[in-house]
Write a protein that binds this ligand. Structure first.
Ligand SMILES: C[S@@+](CC[C@H](N)C(=O)[O-])C[C@H]1O[C@@H](n2cnc3c(N)ncnc32)[C@H](O)[C@@H]1O
Length: 396
């Protein structure tokens, strides 16, 4: 079943709302899907039963991105492309003080909803179903008055706006797009719109955006959420500090600006730090080292070390038990002496395949949990034997 503008209109009626509330409270899983549909079909047309069940299941899935998902409306592809609330709220804050912001390619409204507390929003999309969803979601969350919608092509040269946010599509036929010029619409089209008639603009792009694609006049912000790099945002005009490269870590909400600072280079010591991927991508590992009083173990590798532990949103931290030049025989001898279980192998700057390498290591099930890190130190292959991370992370 795929949602249509007509079935979405039905879902918003007084007749459908009690059903939707009821099914949303108990969304069927795969096992009881057929039983729930059969039960609903006794009371409602098959199409309505299917659309209710689909919405309830998508609302459950949407809760990973939206705290208010149980009141929202989704399609699977637009949910996959939607900005999650913490990311959207962070970027929306830059528009504080603007009277109007256009959301160019609004999808189901993830960003438009976050922009609404700061400005009036003109939500634009080429897809009529996206427009209907953005409208429905704005009404459902009580910001219908601040969000106007219009179905249109953002590539048209007709736009003349004080400020805009753009989140171009990054998927085509279910596949991710990695080239900024293949985005929907392409980055160059959005930049041309900015230069022509939209002075203040934010453009959300893939986390791996090549640095060469960043215009000189832009500020670039790499944003991670829960330790995962999510996006690069280009800020332009009055929203930007031109030339700035910034790493932002959410949910902590801290940000670090690249200055080109160089870290000292030394052997590892008692603690190993792995910087957040936003810091690495912004090229700010040296800045982080200086800020935290750490050093780098290799000029080319984004591992830092220090002689005391600091719990920081900027990095994950492992206690170093010992470190040695890379040699499998010596490593296995040391692991037998430590009588540990190797629970994970991590690597940076090494060609090993971690899981295959782990199977070649001496490891006693139930022994002291150990993490083996394979990397380089001063240009040479190096190994660290660590304990489990002390940062509050769910896994190693
Ligand atoms: C990544 S999604 C936006 C998701 C949205 N920011 C959210 O959080 O829900 C990109 C959207 O751009 C729209 N789009 C692609 N090309 C467009 C164009 N030329 N004009 C208008 N909208 C377009 C797509 O229909 C899609 O809904």
């Amino acid at each position: 079943m795929t949602l249509t503008p007509a079935s979405l209109r039905w879902l918003q009626t007084d007749q459908a709302q009690p059903w939707l509330t009821q099914v949303t409270a108990h969304p069927p899983g795969d096992a009881d899907l057929l039983a729930t549909l059969t039960q609903l079909r006794r009371l409602l047309p098959a199409e309505q039963a299917a659309v209710l069940v689909e919405q309830a299941r998508l609302r459950q899935e949407g809760a990973a991105k939206f705290p208010a998902a149980s009141r929202m409306f989704f399609t699977k592809p637009l949910l996959a492309q939607a900005s999650s609330t913490p990311l959207a709220e962070h970027t929306a804050r830059r528009f504080r003080g603007q009277s109007w912001v256009a959301d160019l390619g609004c999808g189901l409204g993830g960003d438009a909803l976050a922009l609404a507390p700061f400005a009036n929003v003109l939500a634009v999309d080429i897809d009529p179903l996206a427009i209907a969803l953005a409208q429905a979601n704005a009404h459902a969350l009580g910001c219908g008055a601040a969000v106007r919608t219009v179905q249109a092509d953002v590539r048209l040269p007709a736009w003349r706006l004080p400020a805009a946010w753009a989140d171009p599509g990054r998927r085509l036929d279910g596949r991710r797009l990695f080239d900024p010029e293949r985005l929907l619409p392409p980055l160059s089209v959005l930049l041309a719109q900015h230069r022509r008639a939209i002075p203040d603009m934010g453009i959300k792009l893939m986390p791996g955006l090549p640095h060469a694609a960043i215009p000189a006049e832009a500020e670039a912000e790499w944003i991670s959420l829960e330790g995962e790099l999510k996006e690069t945002v280009l800020w332009l005009g009055g929203l930007a500090e031109a030339g700035v490269r910034r790493a932002t870590v959410l949910p902590a909400g801290v940000s670090l600006v690249w200055t080109g600072a160089q870290a000292d280079l030394r052997l590892p010591c008692a603690w190993l730090y792995e910087p957040d991927p936003a810091v690495i991508r912004a090229g700010a590992v040296g800045d982080l080292a200086v800020q935290l009083g750490l050093w780098q173990i290799d000029a080319e590798i984004a591992y830092l070390s220090g002689d005391h532990v600091q719990l920081t949103p900027w990095a994950r931290v492992w206690p170093v038990i010992e470190h040695l030049p890379f040699d499998l025989k010596t490593l296995n001898r040391r692991l037998r002496t430590l009588d540990g279980e190797v629970v994970a192998v991590k690597k940076r700057g090494s060609p090993i395949e971690p899981e295959a390498f782990r199977r070649r290591l001496s490891s006693r099930p139930g022994g002291r949990p150990l993490v083996v890190v394979v990397t380089r130190q001063g240009g040479k292959p190096w190994t660290l034997i660590c304990g489990t991370p002390v940062s509050p992370e769910p896994d190693v």
